[in-house]
Design a protein. Structure first.
Length: 447
């Protein structure tokens, strides 16, 4: 433990960081890209009175509008070109991954390696455009019917406004999709997750001020606010603990003789995370729930009984919403775990290189063992996600706490922060290895 701590301290030292020029370039690129994103959240959609939209958000911020605004980093409340945020791309990714497991042709692309991955990414982009067009058209129609104390939300409704609104919102989503891919390739961390993360973090101070304002006006008692903040800190600590929890499976490699030398005989371990799927299930579940809510909330749900019923049933705090949210979290926990970890393939790779689990026969028996362990871990991880995400939802719906203190937002903040720090450490470690290799070469030439 002491050596690991010393290694971590050396990796994060300022001296090592100042010499890692490639890492600094990646960090500056990431910060610059996120700055561009934040600037875009203030570019308004033409023809919309943002004051009316802000008034509607204040009145109905406890429902689907609040969730939309949270994932868009406040862009929806200002009705800007990034109002849809990155959510259509996430929804398209979910659908493509689901279809990959069901459609043989897509599954073949997945097994083709890099070329297949590029084809699947292209399909995801096309589907993103379709979903964004559908959602943006629904928003355009909903905006035309909005009325506030300042007047109508749309200055000049009609076909021209609908077209310009759709083009602006779809263009904003596609730009964010491209920006996220650039951050992933040329920056630090996952670009899509960082975009959502930056939007949430940017509005946390405002959410904290709103929470304190509720206490000042007497809407919430000071004791409740202090207790809620303590619970939030405890939830963050709990998330960090679970996200770092692992089940380590011992893997043994037999000894083998090559010529006069003996190789192998080593014992190592294969770490399986308790929550293999990470923050993906809550994000996926939230994005799926946004699709029917978009139809019922923005497309004139008051004129259609069934759409109005769907919108009311899926409102925050309602039993159907809670059950659907929990069921989707559990489903995506198992689904995404199955996507990222294939027990049969892992067992075959172990057998190929001579590795085995003590007491377990190589091959199918090892695959069954992996499947059993992974199922148990995923069950615990899914229950953990449900508790962390649903408990704050109850507080939000019953006490009017801002969405930015919800379970999903806290998980995103903690998980993305941990993932980004891990990648920074990896780059620093790789830089140190490069330095050691160069020093070794210099000493070798000196001799």
């Amino acid at each position: 433990m002491a050596s690991a701590a010393e290694q971590l301290a050396s990796n994060m030292s300022l001296g090592a960081f100042s010499k890692a020029t490639e890492l600094k370039k990646r960090i500056w690129f990431t910060l610059g890209a996120l700055l561009v994103y934040r600037v875009g959240t203030y570019i308004p959609v033409p023809g919309v009175d943002a004051a009316v939209m802000g008034e509607m958000l204040n009145q109905h911020g406890g429902g689907i509008l609040g969730m939309f605004d949270m994932f868009s980093g406040g862009a929806l409340g200002r009705m800007t070109v990034f109002a849809l945020a990155i959510m259509p791309y996430i929804s398209a990714s979910i659908i493509i991954q689901l279809m990959t497991a069901a459609v043989p042709a897509l599954e073949t692309h997945k097994k083709e390696g890099e070329s297949g991955r590029k084809k699947l990414n292209q399909y995801t982009r096309y589907l993103t455009v379709l979903i964004a067009m559908f959602q943006s058209y629904g928003i355009a129609i909903g905006l035309e019917g909005m009325r506030g104390s300042f007047g109508a939300a749309v200055i000049d409704p009609g076909a021209f406004f609908r077209i310009s609104c759709v083009v602006s919102l779809v263009g904003g989503t596609m730009f964010l999709m491209w920006l996220g891919e650039q951050i992933t390739a040329r920056g630090i961390g996952n670009g899509t997750s960082l975009i959502i993360f930056s939007g949430i973090v940017a509005n946390v101070p405002h959410a904290l001020a709103s929470l304190l304002e509720l206490g000042r006006t007497g809407a919430l008692s000071p004791v409740f606010i202090v207790l809620f903040l303590v619970i939030s800190v405890a939830v963050v600590a709990f998330v960090v603990f679970i996200e770092r929890a692992q089940r380590r499976i011992v893997v043994q490699y037999p000894k083998r003789q090559v010529g006069q030398r003996m190789f192998g005989g080593d014992s190592t371990h294969m770490p399986l995370k308790l929550n293999t799927s990470g923050v993906i299930p809550p994000i996926f579940a939230s994005s799926i729930l946004l699709i029917p809510a978009t139809i019922s909330g923005f497309s004139g749900a008051g004129d259609f009984g069934i759409l109005s019923m769907i919108g009311n049933a899926l409102a925050h705090g309602q039993p159907l919403y809670m059950l659907t949210y929990a069921a989707m979290i559990v489903f995506f926990s198992y689904f995404y775990t199955a996507v990222v970890f294939n027990p049969q393939e892992t067992a075959e790779n172990l057998k190929k290189y001579g590795g085995f689990i003590p007491g377990i026969r190589p091959g199918n028996a090892t695959a069954d063992y992996f499947d059993l362990v992974l199922t148990r871990l995923t069950t615990i991880g899914a229950l953990y996600l449900c508790v962390v995400c649903l408990l704050p939802e109850v507080l939000i719906s019953n006490y009017g706490v801002p969405f930015y203190f919800g379970g999903t937002s806290l998980m995103i903040i903690v998980s993305v922060t941990m993932d980004t720090i891990t990648q920074v450490q990896s780059h620093l470690l790789a830089h140190q290895y490069e330095g050691l290799i160069k020093k070794g070469r210099v000493k070798g030439r000196g001799r």
